[in-house]
Design a protein around this ligand. Structure first.
Ligand SMILES: [Zn+2]
Length: 168
């Protein structure tokens, strides 16, 4: 199972491997450290100060291949410089670093997306009695929990009056 020491160890190990592909002095940004992030959508990030961020959702999971690809991807960002985004130069470096998010990662991607994703679904029942998935949310809000339509005060979705909300 992935824990924090494992992430740090893989980061150090991969960094040495990448330095053999591109010597340290040729990197646009010098890698400084790896840290955790609680970002709501991204697996990882890299910043201009050389910090690689890994989503804390990896911890406690077994998604080692996705973690590996993410670390390689973020190191490629540092190597070419984060200002390159995902352009051609970045892509060729990512290929060199074997940052491959291919089909072999579909299952692990699903696991992590679930772990970092939204906790609840908010459904709305409309005036025409249709129930629709209104949005995915991280928290329950009183506005919807206590919602009651009044004569002149109610919410609408797609022009339909909302009769009630429920979380799932
Ligand atoms: Zn990226």
């Amino acid at each position: 199972m992935i824990n924090w020491p494992y992430i740090q160890q893989r980061y150090q190990y991969l960094l040495q491997e990448m330095y053999e592909l591109v010597p340290a002095k040729k990197w646009q940004i010098t890698p400084q450290s790896v840290q955790l992030t609680s970002h709501k959508t991204k697996y990882g990030m890299a910043d201009v100060h050389g910090v690689v961020f890994i989503n804390q959702a990896f911890i406690g999971s077994n998604t080692i291949h996705l973690l590996e690809a993410t670390l390689r991807h973020e190191l490629a960002h540092l190597c070419v410089g984060v200002h390159h985004g995902h352009d051609a130069q970045f892509k060729s470096c990512a290929r060199l670093f074997k940052a491959n998010f291919g089909e072999h990662l579909i299952e692990e991607t699903r696991v992590i997306n679930e772990a970092i994703g939204y906790k609840y679904k908010l459904y709305a029942t409309l005036d025409n009695n249709d129930e629709i998935l209104f949005r995915r949310v991280h928290r329950k809000h009183a506005k919807y929990l206590k919602y009651k339509p009044r004569l002149f005060s109610y919410l609408t979705i797609k022009g339909q009056k909302v009769l009630s909300f429920r979380y799932e």
